[in-house]
Design a protein around this ligand. Structure first.
Ligand code: ADP
Ligand code: GLC
Length: 502
């Protein structure tokens, strides 16, 4: 059965990216399309999205978006497509909301009107269906930015000519960010105050858009099975564990796939030399080159550890910072690429300046360098405090770069711990979020490097053979979509709006 699906999100490659959400949204639709679905994507037209480069064309007419007490707002809609596909992508162009240099924040300060900006995106996505005369069977929302959609579908848009019958799926890519705003945000949402309750969008006397989405979506999923279980506990639920437990029959885990057209050492255009599991010769050249690029001594014998990612507490950089002085006493090299919290830029930059032969840090965002680190490094470190899925450890496996990870969420699901006796596994794992555990595990990896090379070779070969395909993940989404539709059609017409459509 082919379905009509509207996916609404705040970022997608190749148009705009701040993290893994963009990787997922830019690729999943392609595989859903291959399954025969009519998939369409809605994004904000941020200032950073170049209309000429992506060949975006304006649609005729103006989109009217009712913004509750704030009255109607208007925007232009531009149409493009995911490159090399027939998947339409619609961009809502509102200069006041999206004509800014940042996506969510500037200079580490969140925009004060993020509630308006993303409620506008959520409502605009639904209004757009009228403009396109599109009747989605299901609307797929992602993270807090579009989590208002399930609530809106259950209330304001319940009897809408185009989306009134649609089921909804909310994918949670990260529980930490919930879209929490003052009660006045209710006016912008434009739904009745009866929804500002414990069993609705209210949390700690504030509007919590993610919570509203969790209560109202027909079905829910996160981006790994491990994380789906973890977020139902106080340690990882960020205060919403109770709500998630209430809905746990409707909550699923689907591990993200990897876009192997972008991340494969055999064909990667960003790296110095291509290589494969059968011929790893090029990997040594990639290592020498990334050492040169990052200003480290070009030594093949010393293990090179790579790190790429947002420098924020989620990624365990505080624990890494604590372990770093001891790590730098070992015979190793570390390259880091990322940006995030200012203290981290300062601290890691300072440590690099005083350990030039061992540590090199690039503060910034550089896709090409991210590829070259994946290819050139021997190990890839991800000591995350929590990790809904995590993509870099999956890229690392493909590049023969052995992951050293904390066993949480998607990291735990995608990396198998090294077994010294059987020489099995795909990486090194630790569990305690402490500098000691991190240090010991890097020590274990280094010991293996220096003393048990056959272990390294086996880990590499096994990792390079693993695949996390989008074909597989898309089939699981396909099943969830169909399950959601069944739930939706089974719902009686007088289901109370805040209740889930089961
Ligand atoms: P998250 O979405 O939590 O940031 P993921 O592991 O899911 O983490 O995805 C991060 C994505 O962003 C990966 O594709 C990674 O390569 C990329 N990335 C993160 N930081 C940088 C950076 N500084 N430069 C280039 N790419 C980066
Ligand atoms: C989030 C998570 C990350 C996940 C990504 C894509 O940003 O932090 O773990 O891989 O979303 O789902």
């Amino acid at each position: 059965m082919s379905l009509s699906v509207l996916i609404s999100a705040s970022e997608a490659v190749p148009f705009i990216k701040s993290g893994g959400l963009a990787d997922v949204i830019g690729v999943l639709p392609r595989y859903l399309r291959r399954l025969g679905h009519d998939v369409r994507l809605v994004l904000p037209r941020y200032y950073g999205i170049d209309k000429t480069k992506f060949g975006l064309k304006p649609l005729a007419g103006v989109l009217v978006v009712p913004m509750g007490g704030a009255g109607d707002e208007y925007c232009a809609v531009y149409e493009g497509s995911l490159p090399d596909s027939d998947i339409p992508v619609y961009f809502l162009e509102h200069e006041g909301y999206f004509g800014r240099s940042g996506l969510y924040a500037e200079n580490n300060v969140e925009y004060a009107d993020n509630d308006r900006r993303f409620i506008f995106l959520s409502k605009g996505s639904l209004e757009l269906c009228k403009m396109l005369d599109f009747f989605p069977d299901l609307v797929h929302a992602n993270d807090w930015h579009t989590a208002a959609i399930p609530l809106l579908l259950n209330t304001t848009y319940r009897h809408d000519s185009h989306v009134g019958g649609a089921a909804s799926l909310l994918t949670i890519h990260n529980m930490q960010y919930q879209g929490s705003f003052p009660p006045a945000t209710m006016e912008i949402l434009g739904v009745g105050w009866e929804h500002f309750t414990f069993l609705g969008v209210e949390k700690d006397d504030r509007v919590n858009l993610l919570k509203g989405g969790i209560y109202n979506a027909t079905l829910l999923n996160t981006v790994s099975e491990g994380y789906a279980a973890e977020i139902q506990t106080p340690a990882q639920g960020w205060g919403l564990e109770g709500v998630l437990r209430e809905r746990n029959r409707d909550l699923f885990g689907i591990l993200n796939g990897v876009d192997y057209t972008e991340w494969s050492p055999e064909s990667d255009p960003y790296i110095t030399a291509n290589y494969s599991a059968g011929d790893l010769g090029g990997k040594g050249l990639c290592k020498a080159d990334v050492q040169k690029e990052m200003g480290l001594p070009q030594r093949g014998d010393v293990p090179l550890i790579g790190m790429v990612g947002r420098m924020v507490t989620q990624k365990g950089i505080d624990v890494f910072a604590e372990a770093l002085p001891r790590l730098l006493e070992l015979e190793l090299q570390i390259v880091m690429l990322g940006e995030g919290e200012p203290w981290a830029h300062f601290y890691f930059g300072g440590m690099a300046a005083s350990h030039r032969d061992r540590l090199s840090v690039c503060v910034g965002y550089d896709n090409g360098l991210a590829h070259r680190i994946e290819a050139g490094a021997d190990f890839f470190l991800m000591p995350s405090a929590f990790e809904p899925c995590g993509l870099n450890q999956m890229y690392s496996l493909r590049y023969g770069t052995i992951p050293i990870v904390r066993g949480v969420g998607g990291l735990d699901d995608s990396v198998e711990n090294f077994d010294e006796n059987l020489l099995a596994g795909t990486g090194f794992k630790f569990h305690d979020l402490t500098a000691g555990a991190l240090f010991d595990t890097v020590g274990w990896a280094l010991h293996t490097w220096y003393n048990r090379r056959e272990g390294i070779d086996r880990l590499r070969q096994r990792g390079m053979a693993v695949r996390f395909t989008w074909e597989g993940a898309a089939e699981k989404y396909d099943r969830l979509y169909k399950m959601a539709l069944k739930r939706r059609s089974g719902a009686s017409s007088d289901t109370p709006p805040r209740a889930t459509r089961q």
